[in-house]
Design a protein around this ligand. Structure first.
Ligand code: S3P
Length: 442
């Protein structure tokens, strides 16, 4: 479905103040719906992200037999199909903009004796699916895809799937999860070997749903083993706020003078919290208040104040724990004192857009001093002087929600404002972004 573009201008802003609650974590929300839909019994979810990506997952799980409803108080109820109960969908599954829905559901379907077709928008249809097609083919699935391993594709599940030991060739939680989900309904033990740790919500939550799953570590290398076939039991899931969405407000408050903001209940799983560490290294004043655990995930309230940031060399080893936060980090770097160097970021070229090129062009248009390299950006910061802004030519977001929100933040910290060609994609991950921004500025 092509949506009408929603251009918008983000003007230099007043300080961000008060206390905000950001919507639920996108990665955890997808998994709660998927695992609830596979489990025996009725699961409930509080704090589910009601963004388009997650709603695409809900629609797909309904199409495969689960009953998913929302109570008036915001609690989601999922009646699962139980083990081996996944049904063949009647129509292609429309994944919209969502790579997570596509890759994880491909894994699920691969382990069941059903077929499903997957379609998506222009951004998703340009993204590589070969990284999941390869291991799922090894497990016995048959996949017919558009050229270059892209959507649209049709996947015929294996009957039965073969357990494999798969070493991830790219640091990707989506690929790891696809193989583990195919292994759920497979007799025997499926192993995923992860040379670089990536977000571990699948492992944590599958265990919570009762799957027999082990994780062993050897230095940085993790091996995740799932014993199939697994029978999942319904449970309750509390979803913390998404650190990747909180990131836009953290950086905005660091950059806009006078800001003093508390962002509540933010998920701080160590595989997701890299941005906070990097911003603190740059001199950002961010304090973690009331650190606690919710639903098996570490959480805190984050107190952030306007800060004079310094450029740094970002250690590429931290990249997987902040992979979605680089666009907004580049904005912070554009206003820091001195140079920020990033490297090892090849994966950013295959996200919802090529985020290295998209951010280099957008920030340059807004007046920042940016060098684009093959695997990262080098940004010479303004030392806190507001960026000039875009002067009439809008930045191009390429259907990428995070480019839109990052450049919105750049607009708040600019002299004359930043114009964005299309803010509609923000609904994929952060439907009330504008409302919360208005609240923080009120
Ligand atoms: C996600 C994993 C990451 C991330 C994406 C969500 C997940 O993708 O960029 O937004 O929920 O597993 P990759 O696995 O491609 O790194």
């Amino acid at each position: 479905m092509t949506k009408t573009a929603q251009p918008r201008r983000f003007e230099p802003s007043a300080a961000l103040t008060g206390t905000l609650r950001i919507p639920g974590d996108k990665s955890i929300s997808h998994r709660a719906l998927m695992f609830g839909a596979l489990a025996q019994g009725e699961s409930t979810v509080r704090g589910l992200l009601e963004g388009e990506d997650v709603l695409a997952t809900a629609a797909a799980m309904r199409a495969m037999g689960a009953t998913i409803t929302r109570d008036d108080d915001g609690t989601w109820r999922i009646k699962g199909v139980g083990s081996k109960g996944l049904q063949q969908p009647d129509a292609p599954l429309d994944m919209g903009n969502s790579g997570t829905s596509t890759r994880l559901l491909m894994g699920l379907v691969a382990g069941h004796p059903i077929s499903a077709s997957f379609t998506g928008d222009a951004s998703l249809s340009g993204r590589p699916m070969g990284r999941v097609i390869d291991p799922l083919t090894d497990m016995g699935a048959r996949i017919e895809s558009a050229e270059g391993g892209r959507l649209p594709l049709t996947l015929h599940g294996a009957n039965p799937a073969k357990p494999i030991a798969y070493r991830l060739p790219v640091a990707s939680a989506q690929v790891k999860s696809a193989v583990l989900l195919a292994g759920l309904n497979t007799k025997g033990t499926t192993h995923v070997i992860e040379p670089v740790p990536t977000r571990d919500h699948t492992e944590r939550m599958l265990r919570g749903f009762g799957a027999d799953l082990e994780v062993s570590t050897d230095g940085d290398v993790r091996t995740i083993s799932i014993h199939g076939p697994a029978v999942l039991q319904a449970r309750h899931v509390e979803v913390p706020s998404d650190p990747s969405s909180a990131a836009f407000f953290l950086v905005a408050a660091l950059l806009v003078p006078g800001s003093d903001l508390v962002v509540e209940n933010v998920g701080l799983n160590p595989t997701r919290a890299g941005l906070i560490e990097v911003l603190q290294q740059m001199g950002g004043k961010i304090d973690k208040l009331d650190q606690r655990e919710i639903g098996g995930e570490p959480v805190a309230d984050l107190h952030v104040r306007h800060s004079a940031l310094r450029g740094i060399d970002v250690d590429p080893a931290i990249a997987p724990s902040m992979i979605d936060e680089f666009p907004v980090l580049f904005v912070a770097a554009a206003l820091a004192q001195g140079t920020t160097r990033t490297s090892g970021l090849d994966e950013l070229r295959v996200k919802e857009s090529d985020r290295l090129t998209a951010m280099a062009k957008a920030l340059t248009l807004a007046g920042a001093n940016v060098e684009e390299h093959e695997d990262g950006l080098v940004i010479h910061g303004s030392g806190g002087t507001p960026l000039p802004g875009t002067a009439g030519t809008p930045v191009t977001t390429h259907l990428d929600h995070r480019i839109a929100m990052s450049m919105a933040v750049a607009g708040l910290a600019s002299k004359h404002g930043v114009e964005i060609d299309d803010t509609a994609p923000i609904r994929t991950s952060f439907p009330n972004f504008m409302k919360l921004l208005d609240e923080a500025l009120a």
